[in-house]
Design a protein around this ligand. Structure first.
Ligand code: ADP
Length: 518
């Protein structure tokens, strides 16, 4: 047993000394002895003992029962009565002070030991219980949800502050009233009366009914009710039965929250999303303009160059009409390509393959290389290809896929432009991956021996407007990735060995089950 600090209140000094000796033997500390009620109250206040052993008959005006009541009310110190008179009336009066035990005189030491031990133990449990109740009470008082506790008959037992504010009733007024009187909920839209939710919970027992939306009406005749507007507020109600130790329904707890604020937040969020989508559209238009400028630049440059050549031919006294015609045909072809590019970028922005069909990737690579033959020759780049022949074909948009290849090839050419690079090599390969559960795939690798890319930059390159070139737009790779993704594939970049970089994309052979189509 742990040692306790004990106050003895006993008017018989011999008995008091005897008790003191017994307590000392048990290891307790006696903080004082007193023969009168008034003195006992004073000593209890001063020493704050863990326990008071209180004789009922005392010297002076006040008896032990009255002294015990006052000590309990003021200091909440547990009391054990010592008495030789245990008639019914005395026991009844003593019980009102909620004592922690009785010791009938004369008593033996073991008896006293047990009673003190039980009293200290019970007091410690009471303190714990009170603490826990205080915690719950503080929690309930601080939350914004309304909480109403009903007994097994559906009558209000407790309401927290939020429930008081929302119903317009104080807990004291509502105590003992049927819940339906205090808490009037109707259908949110039709205003039809709804069944008392606590009654439903009481009937359902351990199976709590699902939460419901309703409208809480203000207290009749109290329009000034702070929590609820005249038409009521939309609330969400949850209710569960309280089950006691024997599994019986002992009551119900109704918890309800005002949805007004939550709905306002949802509406604000919806508006913010709409604004964001609008900003997104504007940004996309900006990107679209940049993309068109980027992609059309190349055919336009070719048109300007060829038009210059054409003028040169025509300014001669005897123009070579065959040669001039060939140049004009190149101009027409480039102008058509520029138109195709504009159309396909527009389709890309709408996330729709412009003109899906079967595309032979190896043939498309060969065509693309033919388009940039002059640039490759000028830059003294050796081209190597290792391309699969024949099927499988990719299902997609030919112009977009060509744009993709052209971007990768033009980037490779530019990456090898630095004069210190002597071995300029562009290698393009295709290979087919065996058909898996999702169908076959084609892998395309575009490898150069240029300045290369750092592993850490491999993702940054794909960001729109990221460029390291003085006159770059930083759109090529971002568009290329969009094209690959629109075709259900992946595009990634990495360093090549021994130097340079490699851009690789994998496309599914079957048409992707795209959800992006409009
Ligand atoms: P731009 O060519 O206008 O800069 P891109 O989106 O095509 O825009 O490329 C973004 C950046 O990625 C380039 O500025 C360059 O730094 C880097 N990059 C692209 N391709 C290569 C490559 N083959 N080798 C090294 N760096 C590259």
């Amino acid at each position: 047993m742990s040692a306790a600090r004990i106050l003895i209140v006993e008017d018989d000094r011999i008995v008091a000394r005897d008790i003191q000796q017994q307590l000392a033997r048990m290891g307790h500390e006696v903080v004082g002895t007193s023969a009168s009620g008034e003195d006992a109250i004073r000593l209890a206040g001063r020493h704050q003992p863990d326990l008071v052993l209180m004789d009922i008959r005392l010297e002076g005006e006040m008896d032990g029962i009255e002294a015990a009541r006052r000590i309990r009310d003021t200091h909440r110190i547990p009391i054990v009565f010592l008495t030789a008179y245990a008639n019914d009336e005395t026991v009844r009066r003593a019980s009102l002070t909620e004592p922690f035990g009785y010791l009938l005189k004369p008593f033996e030491e073991p008896q006293m030991r047990t009673v003190i031990q039980m009293a200290l133990y019970k007091h410690a449990s009471d303190v714990k219980l009170r603490m826990s109740e205080r915690r719950y009470a503080t929690t309930l008082a601080s939350i914004r949800d309304g909480v109403i506790l009903c007994d097994a008959d559906g009558r209000v037992g407790f309401m927290n502050r939020a429930a008081e504010a929302m119903t317009g009733w104080t807990a004291a007024e509502a105590a003992g009233l049927p819940l339906a009187t205090v808490f009037v909920a109707v259908d949110e839209e039709t205003h039809e009366p709804l069944e008392d939710f606590a009654a439903l919970a009481l009937r359902s027992g351990p199976l709590a009914p699902p939460e419901r939306l309703s409208r809480l009406l203000p207290r009749a005749g109290a329009p000034e009710c702070a929590g609820v507007a005249a038409g009521g507020v939309v609330i969400e109600e949850r209710c569960s039965a309280v089950i006691d130790d024997r599994g019986q329904v002992a009551g119900a707890i109704l918890v309800f929250s005002d949805l007004t604020q939550r709905r306002q937040i949802a509406e604000a969020l919806r508006r913010a999303e709409a604004d964001l989508a609008h900003i997104g559209r504007l940004t996309m238009m900006g990107e679209l303009a940049t993309a068109i400028a980027h992609e059309v630049n190349q055919p336009l440059m070719a048109i300007v160059t060829n038009a210059g050549t054409c003028l040169q031919h025509l300014s001669k006294a005897q123009p070579d009409l065959a040669k001039t015609r060939a140049v004009v045909e190149r101009i027409v072809r480039d102008a058509q390509r520029a138109g195709d590019v504009v159309r396909s970028i527009h389709a890309l922005a709408r996330r729709t393959p412009a003109d899906p069909g079967w595309v032979d990737m190896s043939a498309l690579i060969a065509d693309t290389l033919a388009l940039v033959r002059a640039e490759l020759r000028r830059a003294r780049i050796r081209v190597e290809t290792d391309l699969i022949q024949g099927p499988p074909w990719v299902h997609g948009d030919r112009v977009q896929l060509q744009q993709l290849l052209l971007n990768l090839v033009m980037n490779a050419i530019e990456a090898m432009a630095a004069p210190e690079i002597d071995d300029r090599r562009l290698r393009i390969t295709t290979d087919a991956e065996a058909a898996g559960p999702g169908g076959g795939r084609i892998r395309v690798r575009v490898e150069d021996s240029g300045v290369g890319i750092a592993e850490a930059d491999a993702e940054t390159l794909f960001r729109a407007l990221y460029t390291t070139k003085p006159d770059g737009l930083g759109m090529g790779l971002s568009i290329s990735r969009s094209i690959v993704e629109l075709h259900g594939g992946r595009l990634a970049a990495g360093p090549a060995v021994p130097r340079g970089s490699v851009f690789e994309f994998v496309l599914p052979v079957k048409p992707p089950a795209t959800s992006g189509r409009e």
